[in-house]
Write a protein that binds this ligand. Sequence first.
Ligand SMILES: Nc1ncnc2c1ncn2[C@@H]1O[C@H](COP(=O)(O)OP(=O)(O)O)[C@@H](O)[C@H]1O
Ligand SMILES: [Mg+2]
Length: 228
Amino acid sequence: MSESILSLENLSKSYQVGEDEQAVLKAINLEIKKGEFISVLGPSGSGKSTLMNIVGLLDEPTAGQYFLSGKKVDHLDESELAGIRNKEIGFIFQQFQLLHRLNALQNVELPLIYTGIAAKERRKRAEEMLIRVGLEEKLRNLPNQLSGGQQQRVAIARALVTEPSILLADEPTGALDQKTGQQIMMLFRELHEEGKTIIMITHDMEVAKNSSRILHILDGELSEVKPS
Ligand SMILES: Nc1ncnc2c1ncn2[C@@H]1O[C@H](COP(=O)(O)OP(=O)(O)O)[C@@H](O)[C@H]1O
Ligand SMILES: [Mg+2]
């Protein structure tokens, strides 16, 4: 058995909306093992991004427990959270979220600045990662000099450069045309084969099929989709 990397126990999240309490995640239980490629599939408003933000340590649950790499992380203070987030999690978003004044290399180097790695080594690692995602000829292009698919590759390189234990992707193909989306999914499959642990959020079953395990979220409740 490979080791557990992430575990959620009776994890809930609710928001106070006026007088009402709105339950967005309802007592979720989930265990993810190292090297799994998980899809979380669900319609708009089902709680996917809320789950992603909690798993990515950008938000806190209202109740329940969250263990990441064996450490309890559900109620840490902001500086502890930031430290674990930078070390353990690589984020990939639908809208890429690159910094527009920085070129591809500078975007990918950015997360390493906080790790104390020397400038020359940062540059080397960022270059290697951009080559890995197929952008060896675009190292000095600004985001607006790249296609959507290329911008997402820069974002993937940026997420990988710190060697996080988990890659978290929220609708990574949502802003791309179908063919470009498939190319990005090919890259995810390769990363999975290389042993990366990936959690991908999507509302598209065809995209979810690229993963090794599919979970469904509906109205804040999580269930396993059994392989057919
Ligand atoms: N800060 C918030 N305050 C109140 N309700 C929220 C907040 N954030 C999200 N919600 C609600 O939680 C539900 C799930 O949202 P979200 O996680 O963004 O869904 P998805 O990503 O699946 O579309 C929605 O009904 C949304 O309106
Ligand atoms: Mg969302």
